[in-house]
Design a protein around this ligand. Structure first.
Ligand SMILES: CCCC(=O)OP(=O)(O)O
Length: 297
């Protein structure tokens, strides 16, 4: 199974990328940046409260000698500055630091300095879970609140960029719902049916889409068999296309806190990838996310 160590190596092979960190004054963010610099993956530009960045960097033994710091004590302005560094070509990747997801996304979506392309933006999280036999991509845990079937198609297209970068051929996509039968009372199951049809009609290519699935049937062959759920994806999903942000975010955090796992998270669909983890994620998750963003850049 591909592991995050392999992703770090592949990211390094892409050459040094400039990463603009929005509100960098956080211990785990600075530990992750230090590790990414030491691994030869990135050159950072740290935007945030300079005094705090310097203080925390001392605590984590991160030598800032050659590192550019842009002093900005306001979170909104720091996010704008970091995004602007990318839209003006001075950096390749944006990273969310110690700020709320909505603040960084607002800057990313800004009409003047943002990174819009016209495509739907979405979050993709990659997990390596001790009890699962391969990497598992979960989307969307952070951005699209209640996507309809067409928006789910675009979210899926974005996630295929990640699986392609990871070398996963023809990924198996499970459209996750609360049950495996289509019910007009549960819109997510109707969307799942529509997405399966989109693939049959050639509107989705480069993956196998099946659903609706209960989460258990998507990731456990035993559960799928017991419930009479058959198909190529049952128990062997590469991508879990979640019904809405609540399900996606809860699954992301449940895996982070209840399982033996490592993860990474990025936003796709903008002019450049955005490193986006939970503020409470570990330095390792943040480092993995930097590597994933570089790989997808
Ligand atoms: C990918 C998780 C996004 C999120 O929930 O971020 P916060 O925990 O920082 O709100």
């Amino acid at each position: 199974m591909k592991k995050f160590e392999d992703i770090l190596v592949s990211a390094k092979n892409k050459g040094l990328k400039k990463i603009a960190v929005a509100f960098a004054q956080d211990e785990d963010v600075l530990k992750a940046i230090k590790a990414a610099v030491n691994a030869g993956i990135c050159v950072p530009i740290l935007v945030g409260d300079k005094e705090k960045i310097e203080e925390i960097s001392k605590e984590v033994d991160f030598v800032l000698e050659d590192i550019e710091i842009i002093d900005e004590k306001d979170g909104n302005l720091a996010a704008r500055k970091a995004v602007e560094l990318v839209s003006s070509g001075k950096a390749d990747v944006v990273m969310k630091g110690l700020i709320d997801t909505s603040i960084i996304l607002k800057a990313v979506l800004d009409k003047e300095i943002g990174l819009r392309t016209g495509n739907t933006l979405s979050h993709a999280a990659v997990f390596a879970i001790e009890k699962y036999h391969k990497l598992l991509l979960i989307t969307d845990a952070a951005m699209n609140i209640a996507p309809d079937a067409e928006e789910k198609r675009q979210i899926l297209e974005n996630s295929l960029r990640v699986t392609r970068s990871l070398g996963i051929e023809n990924p198996k996509v499970a459209v996750v719902c609360a049950k495996e039968k289509v019910s007009s009372k549960m819109q997510a199951t109707v969307d799942a049916q529509e997405l399966v049809q989109m693939q049959k009609d050639g509107k989705i290519t480069g993956c196998i889409v099946e659903g609706p699935f209960g989460l258990d049937n998507a990731i456990s062959k035993e559960a799928a068999e017991l419930k009479g759920v058959h198909g190529a994806v049952a128990g062997d999903a590469d991508i879990l296309l979640m019904p809405n942000i609540e399900a996606g975010n809860v699954l992301y955090k449940a895996l982070t806190y209840f399982s033996d796992s490592e993860n990474a998270g990025i936003i796709l669909g903008a002019k450049a990838p955005i490193v986006l983890t939970s503020r409470a994620d570990s330095d390792v998750a943040k480092l993995n996310s930097i590597a994933l963003a570089v790989l997808c850049s």
